[in-house]
Design a protein around this ligand. Structure first.
Ligand code: HEM
Length: 203
């Protein structure tokens, strides 16, 4: 089992760097660094990469609790906040790219999308939930909210479901990729439901 000191000095910086790599890849592509490119449609590349990593990191965040159960150790919890914040950061980048580069801050188009295109509305609600979780993820908010903090942070479940639905809905033909994300999310949520039903916490 890693010690708290090893986690702080080695494993957390490593996880931080790993989570930063997709962003660094996008920046390298945008700058043409080392021959990297963002492809024929850079705006779409940024949109898809940031959306996928937001969802992947959200799922990785949801793996923390089952990993704690499987190991019987508390150390996985040390990574949870950082992973959740990265998920939110990629979702915020995804939204910023949509607003600034895709829609060029055209208020009419943005309002039209946010009121008439269901997959955008669903994505927006997921983003709002992630923003609320990120804003209240500090120790101060945890103290202030007490019991209600746990309940509030269960909003990551609907956020994950909405993000998967958003992914599913915007795919036109081959649904294999969103299907895999949905299966993983449902397995992670199913594990929690099973544990709550059959293994009530001790005490
Ligand atoms: C206001 C919030 C959001 C907006 C406006 C938005 C918008 C978009 C757009 C325009 C696309 C590309 C559709 C296309 O290629 O035709 C997309 C794809 C996607 N979005 Fe979002 N999104 C939002 C929130 C989110 C959130 C919160 C997540 C995940 C946590 C997410 C995950 C994805 C994924 C996984 C894709 C598919 C990427 C791919 O095709 O490879 N989105 N979104």
């Amino acid at each position: 089992m890693p010690t708290l000191r090893q986690i702080r000095l080695c494993w957390k910086p490593l996880a931080f760097t790993a989570a930063l790599l997709p962003l660094l890849g996008l920046l390298a592509g945008a700058a043409g660094f080392g021959g990297a490119r963002l492809g024929p449609n850079p705006v779409e590349t940024i949109q898809d990469t940031s959306g996928l990593w937001a969802l992947r990191l959200l799922l990785v965040t949801l793996c923390v609790t089952p990993l704690r159960w499987a190991t019987g150790q508390a150390w996985p919890l040390q990574f949870r906040r950082m992973l959740g914040l990265f998920a939110f950061a990629y979702a915020a980048l995804h939204f910023a790219n949509y607003l600034l580069l895709d829609r060029a801050l055209d208020a009419g188009e943005i309002t039209g999308d946010l009121t008439r295109r269901p997959y955008i509305i669903i994505g927006f609600v997921a983003l709002l939930l992630l923003a609320a979780l990120a804003a209240t993820s500090t120790a101060g908010w945890r103290r202030r909210l007490g019991q209600r903090w746990q309940a509030l942070h269960q909003a990551i479940y609907p956020a994950g479901l909405l993000a998967c639905w958003h992914f599913w809905w915007q795919v036109k033909k081959d649904h294999t990729a969103p299907l895999w994300y949905c299966v993983i999310l449902l397995a992670l949520l199913g594990l929690r439901a099973w544990r709550a039903r059959w293994q009530p916490p001790p005490g």
